[in-house]
Design a protein around this ligand. Sequence first.
Ligand code: NDP
Ligand code: ZN
Length: 353
Amino acid sequence: MKGYAMLKIGESGWIEKERPSCGPMDAVCRPLAVAICTSDVHTLWEGAIGERHNMILGHECCAEVVEVGFLVKDFKPGDRVLVPAITPDWNSLEAQAGYSMHSGGMLSGWKFSNFKDGVFSEFFHVNDADGNLAHLPANISPVDACMLSDMVPTGFHGVELADVQFGDTVLVIGIGPVGLMSVAGANMRGASRIIAVGTRPVCIQAAEGYGATDFISYKNGSIEDQVLAMTSGKGVDEVIIAGGDCETFVSAIKCLKPGGKVGNVNYLGNGTYVTIPRVEWGVGMGHKQINGGLMPGGRLRMEKLSSLVSAGRLNVHPLCSHIFEGWDHLEEALFLMRDKPSDLIKPVVKLSD
Ligand code: NDP
Ligand code: ZN
């Protein structure tokens, strides 16, 4: 089969590989549509998870089941499925402890394009099919369904990590597709004010549609000066970080009220230390919590989040700013995600209806 792979750090291309085989609890699927993620950019060009040779990229897709193992109960060949980016081993001790995303070791629930071949391929393998796949609701298109692999669950996980409460003022740093879903999630959780940080006009417009009430640019002076000025010096109840770098935590802590929470879902692609400002962290006693997490993955989460889309409570289509048709456009879509032109939110490649 053909797959689009990371050949080594900084180099990618199409390669031939053997079609994956199916264990008793697994499935082999073929993508109906795939989406490119900023994480693919970190992995391929920044080498953020280290060297990988001939590893097929991609972890966001919607698919058709081609083959299932003899122990799989709820899926059969021909079923159209949602595929989470994170596919934990549900019988692991980490999953039993509530940290499915770390099943088998830190971040090891993230298997596609990390520990095994990803989904930019004619066929791909899914472990624990009953625990990880979800049936695709009939009223969600394959293109929109790709947003449920990672963008919705990760953006919403930022909201969970920050623990947004009714009436809160929330700062969302970064309004690419992940941060946009954090804006939408914070809005659903009942935030009264959502301050969004970003510059791409298309993202600002989308953020407004998802419920952001105020906008600032990290290019117009420090985030903290702007946020403190617009909150009469009080700061915000929660900060969700979905963009920036190791230094962004300085702004987050400075903007946060005592007792507030940071929910980070940003993938820190480089740097050695995350900086926490001592004084604004209450000299260690400010009760400002910092939570950072990979999204949990798995079937239940896919079913619950897709129900928001199929019920019309969440429209993910505005995220899909660039829709291509056919594998021939995959590379173009990947390079777009690296270059982030001002009209880009998310590139998606449709392969089938
Ligand atoms: P984008 O690059 O599309 O968006 C990043 C956002 O951050 C943009 O709004 C950008 O602004 C803003 N930004 C850039 N630099 C700064 C800065 N110095 N200070 C503040 N804001 C800044 O990324 P995605 O939305 O696709 O992904 C966000 C992050 O989430 C990525 O690191 C990605 O790898 C990670 N991720 C994490 C997952 C998880 O499970 N935890 C899963 C999936 C993704 P501008 O408008 O100027 O571009
Ligand atoms: Zn992703």
